[in-house]
Design a protein around this ligand. Structure first.
Ligand code: ITT
Length: 200
């Protein structure tokens, strides 16, 4: 089978999450891609019915590739807390309710750790990037970053659970960190490095 390459051009980011759109633009635009999001294109948001990050990532990218006829990139990601058996995991966005409220989602994580008297505050962010071409070719890349949860949350940068996450070897949260520095170590950046190595 010939190795599939991704040539710079228009890329549909199959996500409705503004924080992800910004980070995916930061990662892909310096390489000559024009990133157009599902938000910009007003694409329908598919229901995430799969039980894994990869399953949900593929489902979102397939839907966007099908409705646009262009290569689509999706991101399914989340926070997995060791003492909570990996929760919220694939339910990370849903823990924030509707409309999304991540102050509330972070409080829920903290409350659940408190309820079980957890001493282990380790956690990881996981990101699966799925690339789907209109002819049905698919590729999946996964990245993780390990760290610790802090309370109270700190910082206004980033998105989602960033204000309560300190990556191993760091002292500040992702919410306090310069975005360029987060892109040097994040789960999304690590999945992106694998994508680059395979497709560029
Ligand atoms: P799309 O499905 O439209 O892409 P979503 O927000 O619903 O958007 P997910 O189902 O993948 O996406 O949920 C991932 C959640 O995990 C996301 O809403 C964040 O709260 C959290 N998350 C993922 N990456 C993160 C990061 O870099 N920093 C903080 N939180 C992150």
């Amino acid at each position: 089978m010939t190795q599939r390459r991704l040539s710079p051009g228009r890329l549909v980011a199959a996500t409705h999450n503004k924080g992800k759109v910004k980070e995916l633009k930061d990662l892909f635009e310096p390489l000559g891609f024009e990133v157009v999001s599902a938000l910009d294109l007003d694409l329908e948001e598919p229901e995430e019915t799969e039980a894994s990050f990869a399953g949900n990532a593929l489902l979102k990218a397939r839907a966007a590739a099908k409705s646009t006829g262009a290569p689509a990139l999706s991101d399914d990601s989340g926070l997995a807390v060791t003492a909570l058996g990996g929760a919220p995991g694939i339910y990370s966005a849903r823990w924030a309710g509707e409309p999304r409220d991540f102050a509330l989602a972070m409080q829920k994580v903290e409350r659940e750790l408190d309820d079980i008297g957890a001493e282990d505050r380790s956690a990881k962010f996981v990101c699966v990037l799925a690339m789907v071409w209109p002819d049905g070719h698919e590729e999946v890349f996964e990245g993780e970053v390990h760290g610790e949860l802090v309370w109270p949350p700190r910082g206004e940068r980033g998105f989602g659970y960033d204000p309560m996450f300190v990556a191993d070897g760091e002292t500040i949260t992702f919410g306090e960190m310069d975005p360029a520095r987060k892109h040097g170590m994040s789960h999304r950046a690590r999945a992106f490095e694998k994508l680059k190595a395979a497709l560029f």
